[in-house]
Design a binder for this molecule. Structure first.
Ligand SMILES: NC(=O)c1ccc[n+]([C@@H]2O[C@H](COP(=O)([O-])OP(=O)(O)OC[C@H]3O[C@@H](n4cnc5c(N)ncnc54)[C@H](OP(=O)(O)O)[C@@H]3O)[C@@H](O)[C@H]2O)c1
Length: 303
């Protein structure tokens, strides 16, 4: 099946990528390939030990790979602000790959009290991206990549209870957080293009790939281990991320995912977004709500 794979990633010498959640799963695979093609990669992770172990594995494959670590906990907006401040002080930063995420954990909350999936997957990502936009605007072919999911299709645009004080349907909350990821990158693309910003906002999803994402529920964890045999390995699941982050054909607002049956597996290409995910009213509403909840208002700079 034709489509974008790791073999299509161009030479990335002289470019710097920040990958969130790069210590394992899709983030690790994306970081490994980006570094292998000559890019400088900053692994933005909450555990320095896990990030350094991941860096050691990449260095085994690519001796001399340009790697760095940035401490990032998306579940704490103060920590996100600190991470953004230190990342902004780097000499170069061209692409932010928002990959880190959490799926169907038992009811838990971020430092600021938001339900974990909405808080980490969307609010943390929204805040980090917003704070890095001015730095990215100085980059070469600058991009923001946001990782959504097929699950965005069952998301409902209802964020009236962001702390899950009334109920907690964990699967629905995951879908809602992935719809928020989709609404966010689409709305960001709209706003960037309206001001002629050089930064592109691009979405992606991996289909279904074998990673640690099911770690919070025994049966999901077990299923994820077998997924690689029939659907995507983590390596294959990272192809849409790599296309969004590096593909020369990519345009602002594009969305990439696997091209196989029901977008579950295979090489990457343009993917399907629901009408709700593209709805400007819903996108604008979520944007304003995210500003209110995070206290971070994106600074969009024109070209
Ligand atoms: N795998 C799939 O089939 C699939 C399908 C659709 C979408 N996705 C999306 O793909 C992305 C990557 O997931 P994955 O499958 O690679 O899962 P994974 O193997 O569980 O990796 C998730 C990564 O996110 C990090 N992370 C979690 N909470 C964090 C926090 N509070 N702050 C910073 N980092 C945090 C994890 O760090 P620790 O290791 O320290 O916890 C880990 O590095 C997610 O956004 C997920 O929703 C995956």
């Amino acid at each position: 099946m034709p489509g974008f794979t790791a073999a299509d990633v161009p030479d990335l010498s002289g470019r710097t990528y920040v990958v969130t959640g790069a210590n394992t799963g899709l983030g690790f695979e994306a970081a490994r390939v980006l570094a292998g093609r000559g890019g400088e990669v900053v692994l933005a992770c909450r555990s320095e030990d896990k990030a350094r172990a991941a860096m050691a594995k990449i260095l085994e494959e690519t001796p001399g790979a340009k790697l760095d670590f940035a401490e990032l906990d998306l579940g704490d907006l103060e920590a996100v602000k600190q991470a953004a401040e230190s990342l902004s002080q780097r000499e170069n930063l061209d692409v932010l790959v928002n990959n880190a995420g959490v799926m169907i954990p038992p009811l838990s909350h971020t430092e600021q009290g938001f339900e974990l999936q909405f808080g980490v997957n969307h609010l943390g990502t929204f805040a980090l991206t917003s704070l890095l936009l001015p730095k990215l605007a100085e980059g070469k072919d600058p991009r923001v990549v946001v990782t959504s999911s097929i699950a965005h299709r069952s998301g409902q645009a209802v964020w009236s209870d962001p702390k899950a004080e009334e109920d907690y349907a964990r699967g629905q909350r995951y879908s809602d957080s992935k719809l928020a990821n989709a609404l966010f990158f689409v709305e960001l693309a709209r706003r960037l293009s309206a001001i002629g910003s050089p930064v592109m906002s691009v979405g992606c999803h991996p289909g279904v790939a074998s990673t640690e994402l099911g770690r919070h529920v025994g049966i999901a964890n077990l299923a994820m281990k077998f997924v690689g045999m029939v659907l995507n390995t983590a390596e294959q699941g990272a192809w849409p991320t790599l296309q969004a982050a590096t593909g020369p054909e990519v345009a602002n607002g594009d969305y990439y995912g696997p091209r196989g049956l029901r977008e579950m597996s295979g090489p990457s290409g343009r993917a399907f977004l629901t009408r709700l995910a593209r709805d400007p009213g819903a996108g604008e509403w979520l944007w304003k709500r995210s500003v209110e909840l995070t206290g971070v208002d994106p600074e969009l700079l024109p070209a």
